[in-house]
Design a protein around this ligand. Structure first.
Ligand code: NDP
Ligand code: HSE
Length: 438
């Protein structure tokens, strides 16, 4: 049989990994797909750049439209990144009847609804396994393996760069900027690393996971997003003393009145497996009503792990070339005309527990004032520690863990605590999740 011809957009970290994996495992991949997969053309900004992989046998161009418009290509693999040029390229490829494989979570989270509609009209596939959690086959697990379940919630460490930075800072005391530079050198970070640090990349991925888990349209603009920059060594140590680790989590939870969609630093009990996922590794914990909790773990970024997911998608596309388009696995797992309009909740409406760090003047009655502010909002305390006085500021840090409550109650309580004369500065608030089946 004729090889399936692939056009590759992008020769960076993931593009190079994809070329290498396809070459290294060619025989295995052909046996699985039923046909050989051949990259015939690839584009990059600079085709003369020295690269650490061989492009022998692939014609190179600086014009990405030459790839999507080439008539003998069956599959376009988009590994450029960004949302403007790539939207144009992907829609043009679909218009030309090509199947598309992409690792671009920003593109899918923001423009996926439009892209999938266009693909369905043309009867082509858009596959995006590599867009979430690097090499972990989490899209396939959610879309196919867990298709018998009602998904109740999922929580994941879904940004490799962020987890790498937090781990290196905690274990080696390294500085933020140094570890970020290391993550960039290793090819983990986004072109704009603010996407990793500010939680935007994790929110893109969480948007995709939630759509597939709950059968809702992609709604990135409604995701609540906080990054890792606010995490301090002091809070990491306090959390450890109380038996918790701080991880940057994406959480999607189906509750009675809507869906929580949120990305933020989170305290997790240190005995949970997911609390011990370190470095560039990612993990996603999924709670299904039938199966219970399942955990998916693996490399969240990097050339070969991401290429593993890209190539798996190419194999899926090749296998489906002869399948009836109406009977393929739907892009967002649920049939497109059955997507639900259940609302995404604002962050004020989410329910979670909290870690609070409050700096106070060491005066009688301070603690009573703080607990009154919490009690006024019906907030109950689970644990409390008072630390040594800080000799410089002459303040005493008080650490509190609360039971679960609605965020809007906590917002009022924090405002009232910060207004107390004996409280110095802002209250540090980190959400806390026990991650056990409700
Ligand atoms: P890189 O920056 O390493 O590579 C991007 C490639 O696209 C380069 O070859 C670059 O050309 C080319 N390119 C960039 N801008 C343009 C443009 N305007 N026109 C034409 N070509 C362009 O990115 P990655 O490989 O790291 O990431 C690619 C995609 O995969 C992104 O969507 C990213 O989010 C996603 N991803 C990345 C992972 C990772 O671990 N790195 C993991 C999972 C997903 P040139 O080489 O000449 O500069
Ligand atoms: N920058 C992303 C990360 C790449 O670090 O997780 C993988 O999506």
């Amino acid at each position: 049989m004729e090889p399936v011809k692939v056009g590759l957009l992008g020769l960076g970290t993931v593009g190079g990994g994809t070329i290498n994996v396809l070459k290294r495992n060619r025989d295995e991949i052909t046996r699985r797909a039923g046909r050989e997969v051949k990259i015939v053309i690839a584009s990059a900004r600079n085709v003369n750049k020295k690269r650490n992989f061989s492009t022998a046998g692939i014609s190179l161009t600086t014009d990405p439209f030459a790839v999507v418009n080439r008539t003998d290509i069956d599959v376009v693999v988009e590994l450029i990144g960004g949302t403007e040029l790539t939207l144009e390229l992907v829609l043009q490829a679909i218009q030309n009847g090509k199947h598309v494989v992409t690792a671009n979570k920003a593109l899918i989270a923001i423009h996926g609804n439009e892209i999938f509609a266009a693909a369905s009209n043309k009867g082509v596939m858009v596959a995006f396994e590599a867009a979430v959690a690097g090499g972990i086959p989490i899209i396939k697990a959610l879309r196919e393996g867990l298709a018998g379940n009602k998904i109740e919630w999922l929580a994941g460490i879904i940004n490799g760069t962020g987890n790498f930075i937090l781990t290196e800072m905690r274990d080696k005391g390294s500085h933020f900027a140094d570890v970020l530079a290391q993550a960039q050198a290793l090819g983990y970070a986004e072109a704009d690393p603010a996407f990793d640090v500010e939680g935007i990349d994790a929110a893109h991925k969480l948007t995709i996971l939630a759509a597939i888990a709950f059968g809702i349209p992609l709604q990135f603009e409604k995701a609540y997003t906080e990054g890792i920059a606010s995490i301090t060594r002091e809070d990491v140590d306090n959390a450890a003393e109380l038996g918790y680790r701080i991880k940057h989590l994406g959480i999607a939870r189906h509750v009675d009145h809507g869906i929580e969609l949120r990305v933020h630093p989170t305290l997790i009990p240190d005995r949970r497996l997911i609390a011990n996922v370190d470095g560039v590794m990612n993990a996603v914990l999924v709670q299904g009503d039938a199966v219970g909790p399942t955990l998916y773990y693996g490399a969240g970024a990097g050339a070969d792990p991401t290429a593993s997911a890209v190539v798996a998608d190419i194999v899926d596309v090749v296998r489906s070339l002869t399948a009836d388009p109406e009977n393929r696995v739907p892009h967002l797992a649920f049939q497109p005309d059955t997507l639900s309009d259940v609302p995404i909740l604002s962050v004020e409406e989410i329910t979670t527990a909290y870690y609070l760090r409050i700096h106070v003047m060491d005066k009688p009655g301070v603690l009573a004032d703080i607990t009154r502010c919490l009690a006024d909002q019906s907030i109950s305390i689970e644990a409390m520690i008072q630390k040594e006085e800080n000799e410089e500021s002459k303040t005493v840090p008080i650490i509190l863990l609360t039971h679960r409550l609605q965020e809007k109650q906590m917002i009022i309580a924090i405002q009232n605590i910060e207004a107390l004369n004996s409280v110095v500065g802002k209250v540090t608030r980190i959400r806390l999740e026990h991650l056990i089946a409700d």
